[in-house]
Design a protein around this ligand. Sequence first.
Ligand code: ZN
Length: 482
Amino acid sequence: MHEYETVIGLEVHVELLTDTKLFCGCSTAFGAEPNTQVCPICLGLPGGTLPLLNKKAAEFTIKAALALNCEIAPKIAFDRKNYFYADLPKGFQISQYFYPMGRNGYIEFLVNGKTKRVGIHQLHLEEDTGKLSHIGDDIISSPSSRVDFNRAGVPLMEIVSEPDIRSAEEARLFLQKLRSIIRYLDISDCKMEEGSMRCDANISIRPVGSTEFGKKTELKNMNSFRSVYRGIEYEAERQRSVVLSGESVIPETRHWDEAKGVTRAMRSKLVSADYRCFPDPNIPPYPVTEEWIQEIKKTIPELPDERYKRLTEEHDLPSSTAEVLTSSKELADFYDAVLSVHNEPKTVSNWIVSEYLGLLNAAGMDITESKITPAGLGKLLQSIAKGEISGKIGKTVFEEMFNTGEDPALIIEKKGLKQISDTDTLSRIISAVLAANPQSIEDYRKGKKRAMGFLVGQIMKETKGQANPQLVNKLLMEELNK
Ligand SMILES: [Zn+2]
């Protein structure tokens, strides 16, 4: 019996962060009353004004194509993709069929410590459609639907991967890396739950070793990274059981049902010839010059891969730490900003990855919602480095900073958390602890080194953790060896 492998290609749609739509001046703001951000152009009403290209959307798309290592098309040209659906007011979608903005690019990411490269077949710019809301439980059983055209005409970038992805986990990692790159570029917020990033997956299976592709299904309606993972897992498994039972996979569009955890058939798949694409006669092509490309290149910031390299090579951080820190631009910028106050990459990265991310996760918060400032964390780490407070007390102060946003110096002062580094005070406490634990002194002198740890613990307890640990060790050792 054959072993089967899964072959996955992703089609990712990303709404661009422009203020206005792709071919008209309507606002792109999310969450407005339905059908309030519309005009004759984006509604496709007859007569009136011609569409005018939003240059910023074109620049954003070229920027993304460059960041994804694509070849750039010599001109910006648009075509009409003709089809009928209730969310498409014009009866055609303006897209880039003959000249996609970028081609033949790639994304790299780590899978179990190994670099995986997934090809980008193409990247192009198009208009978004309107948004349907289905009455009832779901699209299949719904008796009727409503449509909001606020989204119609919003600039949308579509990224089509090569079928290089081999598992649900790789699909998730690909998407995360793609989202990270796009967020670094600051051209989309890529929020799957708000629909500013959407992902469809083409899934097929084939016997391991085969170079031909199996019959594929297109999976839609995955609204989070988790549902992408679950949906693909389920669909690949379903195809396996279809094939193993001697039947063949029907090429069709399937719908991921998040609540039930299954995929269901929606409609048989359209082949692209059905769209009858032709150049849009209302939008003249616009040349993409080498000068323009160079200008756009200059606006591309340090991307995740370059940052990762800097953190592992120049800052000598472990690859897992560098992966976490560069996964979002906000986090990477935060790390760099703390370093400008306290230039200790190892300490700073440890605090961010274990303490800070721990608190953020526990609170279910994103770094952008936090009260912690890079300067605040930098100052706290300086206090620890100077011995004003211990690392342990530092964690208490950090939690307080997280909750209140207060300055670390103020918290240390207010709560009386300053480390006790005064020899007289510590000697007095040590004497009292020793007097109360004669057995431990005897154990220590008989060679039981663990007794030392116990005594240090007692002294720390007496001082509520505020004793300078190095000094306690030194003084205690002196006493015990008398
Ligand atoms: Zn409009």
